[in-house]
Design a protein around this ligand. Structure first.
Ligand code: PMP
Length: 455
């Protein structure tokens, strides 16, 4: 059966799934339909309406992998705040910090006593010697890009088509007929981002070679595995080529590990020996508290120091935000690095993910669906194509918003919350073995239903 036939079948199921979702959530519906002053769109961030739900569920309680909404519905969380809660909602060491560290001060705009040890922990964990703290991964990417431009004296950056690195204008571009444009959905941008950003297809060594040859590219910003356009694995040898070519052309390599930190201890970078010049991470690094980190090689740090001294070293560098590097962040980072983000945690995540991966492969095969499962550590993606996709064009061809919505709602109505905008399952160490097995069983039933729907 091809995806068009599956789409036709699931369309017949969707109205009942939407109705069931809505019937179970009268309070959330009333909040969504509220009129008058208050939050724009009745949500704290307007894109929260983009989930494939008739209206957002409203969370009363999140603990471990268990969510309860204000209407009393429970769900096992496989989205985990799109990675912010990858280690579970409220890991105990982080809750301890929140309970006890507050009295030592939340934010002073000065280093706290945890600063020194946090720096050492980061250097040991991720390889790069010098680190700075931000609030979000978007911030960290902006700062790292700024440093790359300052150090190299070059204007352009290179990203891969289909990327997402946060609310960072330079990266919000589309590749259309071989040219780079500001992303069609981007609001309020008045500069042609194609002037300063080059987008090329992932895994395209020739396009990379051509783009770097101009000598204008300050840095390549890349996720080791593309996780925001379905999931696109690097072709064998692609990272070696990327590193070799960037070095040859004096371009810095900036690796964004925000999602691929699911790979294991030290992220994809440490497990696969990527040797970046700059690295960024956010989301789960502080156990769910807003913290991000960005690291530099010794050479980049020296370059930053030179660039800074050439400009007097004081005033507005464009790198900042007042609450960044706060005592609260450093205390949470320390607890996370010492007690949460540790090998034992990753081992549990891997064991649960093994169960789910094997189960999904079996469920897909049982229905003869032309789909496959892609994985990076504790992160699994069901891709609606028989073979792995190599770039964003192939990923978009394999995507189906109708099947995605049907999967998402069917699973949620049976107690499991997927990550929106693709079919991502993130496995927290708090997920019990029985829950992993229950997910596999429910997934299998749903796929069988999809394949019988119109018969
Ligand atoms: N980098 C990557 C790879 C991401 O997926 C995201 C967010 N999904 C970000 C950066 C931005 O993170 P934040 O929203 O925390 O700024």
């Amino acid at each position: 059966m091809d995806n068009a036939a599956i789409e036709a079948r699931v369309k017949t199921l969707l109205p009942a799934e939407r109705q069931l979702y809505a019937e179970r959530r009268p309070k959330a519906r009333a909040m969504a339909e509220r009129k008058g002053r208050g939050l724009f769109d009745n949500v704290p961030m307007h894109w929260m309406l983009d989930w494939p739900m008739p209206f957002p569920m409203v969370i009363e309680q999140a603990s471990g992998v268990h969510l309860t909404d204000i209407d009393g519905n429970a769900a096992v969380d496989l989205c985990l705040g799109d990675t912010g809660a990858m280690f579970g909602h409220g890991p105990e060491p982080i809750l301890d910090v929140l309970r006890n560290a507050g009295h030592r001060g939340l934010t002073t705009m000065l280093p706290s006593a945890d600063a020194e040890i946090v720096g050492e922990l980061l250097a040991a964990r991720f390889g790069l010697p010098h680190w700075q703290i931000g609030a979000t991964a978007s911030d960290a990417n902006r700062f790292a890009i700024r440093v790359a431009r300052a150090v190299t004296g070059r204007r352009k950056i290179l990203v891969f088509d289909g990327c997402y690195h946060g609310a960072v204008d330079d990266t919000l571009v589309d590749l259309v007929n071989g040219r780079t444009f500001s992303r069609a959905s981007l609001l309020g941008q008045v500069v042609d981002l194609g002037e300063t950003t080059i987008a090329i297809p992932f895994n395209d060594e020739e396009a990379l070679r051509n783009a770097l040859a101009s000598g204008e590219v300050a840095c390549v910003l890349a996720e080791p595995v593309m996780t925001n356009c379905g999931m696109i694995l690097p072709a064998p040898g692609f990272h070696d080529t990327l590193r070799r070519l960037t070095r040859e052309h004096g371009t810095l390599l900036l690796i964004d590990e925000t999602h691929t930190i699911s790979t294991g201890l030290g992220g994809y970078t440490m497990l696969h020996g990527l040797e970046p010049d700059l690295m960024v991470m956010g989301k789960p690094i502080g156990g769910g508290v807003p913290v991000s980190i960005w690291g530099m090689s010794a050479a980049v740090a020296e370059g930053l120091d030179r660039a800074r001294r050439a400009r007097d070293g004081h005033g507005h560098s464009g790198i900042g935000t007042t609450l960044s590097g706060s005592a609260l962040q450093l205390a949470c980072l320390r607890a996370s690095l010492e007690k949460v983000m540790i090998s034992e945690t990753y081992a549990t995540m891997a064991a649960r993910t093994d169960i789910i991966e094997a189960g999904l492969i079996t469920a897909i095969a049982a229905q003869g669906l032309p789909w496959h499962v892609t994985r990076v550590g504790a992160r699994l993606e069901v891709v609606f194509s028989p073979e792995p996709v190599r770039n964003a064009v192939e990923a978009r061809q394999a995507a189906s918003s109708v099947i995605e919505e049907a999967l998402h709602l069917s699973l949620l109505n049976r107690g499991f919350l997927l990550t929106p905008f693709h079919n991502m399952i993130l496995v927290s160490p708090a997920l019990a073995e029985a829950e992993a097995q229950a997910l596999v069983a429910v997934y299998g039933e749903i796929l069988a239903r999809f394949c019988q729907a119109a018969e």
